[in-house]
Design a protein around this ligand. Structure first.
Ligand code: UDP
Ligand code: MG
Length: 293
């Protein structure tokens, strides 16, 4: 086949979203810079509206190290939006996305680049093991991936997160997608190109606690499913068909009862039918509203 020459990065961009991470941000920068030092690189840190001393720390780091660039967001937009902002600012021909809390070991970026240099355009990190996560987090994550796998139209590796490396071609395709609610790991699969995995052990957080509240997790999962599945819409259609079917069966029954019975026996069932149909219409409207929104 065609000769696959090994490619080397002209510039590697490492992008990390940072939200209230004053306890560990310096350690993250130190470890990450050391891990990728053999390549020409830039580190793009996105301050996602932190309210602790993270912004000042970031500015100080950027002032002393020209390889570090900081993007400040005006408020907390959330992990996926912050990551997207960082990807937009990245100028490298290879881009790695990584969490700043050192749960994703920056040393793995070297392995990802090795895969990229052999021709992979999207390299995703698959966690063999997850240290220091609560049982709640592990259980909800596993439910989410099962549901997503059933409903969604992309094949997402269940034990992979946003720790990924993208070639500029794949990144440009991803940035061309204009959706507001972004489920980045799904989008990196959706764009296609050559995809490869590397595996690693996910560490516990270096310091501090998770910035993903239950509310943020719920938003995140709903965005993911609404972006990659039509199932909720189809559900409304099925429910509508079913109720219409029931109504069609009920019509002759009501007529027969009217003809052979002197009373008004249909009153109750008609009321129920109206309520039922009204309810289903509202549900359907709600689902459509989700998508329009
Ligand atoms: N993060 C962010 N904005 C948020 C929540 C999180 O930028 O609203 C960052 C956070 O600083 C970290 C990464 O996203 O670098 C992953 O968040 P976290 O470790 O809290 O999530 P978990 O690993 O618990 O899922
Ligand atoms: Mg984390």
């Amino acid at each position: 086949m065609s000769d696959k020459r090994l490619r080397t990065p002209t510039l590697l961009s490492v992008v990390a979203p940072v939200y209230d991470e004053e306890e560990l941000i310096e350690e993250f920068v130190r470890r990450t810079c050391a891990a990728v030092a053999e390549h020409p690189f830039e580190l793009v840190l996105v301050n996602d509206g932190s309210s602790d001393s993270t912004p000042e720390l970031l500015d100080r780091i950027a002032a002393t190290d020209p390889r570090v660039r900081v993007v400040h967001l005006s408020r907390n937009f959330g992990h996926q939006a912050a990551l997207t902002a960082g990807l937009e600012h990245a100028i490298g021909d290879v881009v790695a996305m990584i969490d700043a809390d050192l749960q994703d070991p920056p040393e793995l970026i070297g392995d990802m680049i090795a895969q990229w240099s052999q021709g992979a355009d999207v390299v995703y990190a698959v966690r063999k093991q997850r240290e220091g996560e609560t049982r709640f987090k592990l259980a909800t994550a596993s439910w989410f991936y099962k549901l997503f796998d059933k409903l969604a139209q992309v094949d997402l590796e269940p034990n992979s997160g946003d720790f990924r490396l993208l070639d500029r071609r794949a990144l440009n395709a991803l940035l061309a997608m204009t959706e507001r609610s972004r489920f980045l790991r799904g989008m990196t699969v959706w764009v296609g190109f050559t995809q490869t995995a590397v595996s690693y052990q996910r560490d516990a957080r270096h310091a501090g606690e998770t910035k993903y509240t239950v509310r943020k997790m719920l938003h995140f999962s709903l965005d993911a499913i609404a972006s990659f599945s039509h199932m909720p819409l189809q559900l409304a259609t099925y429910a509508g068909l079913l109720s219409a079917g029931v109504a069609f069966i009920a019509i002759p029954i009501v007529i027969v009862l009217r003809v052979f019975d002197s009373y008004l026996p249909g009153f109750g069932s008609i009321t129920i039918a109206i309520l039922l149909l009204g309810g289903i219409q509202l549900i359907a409207l709600g689902v459509i509203g989700e998508y329009v929104g």
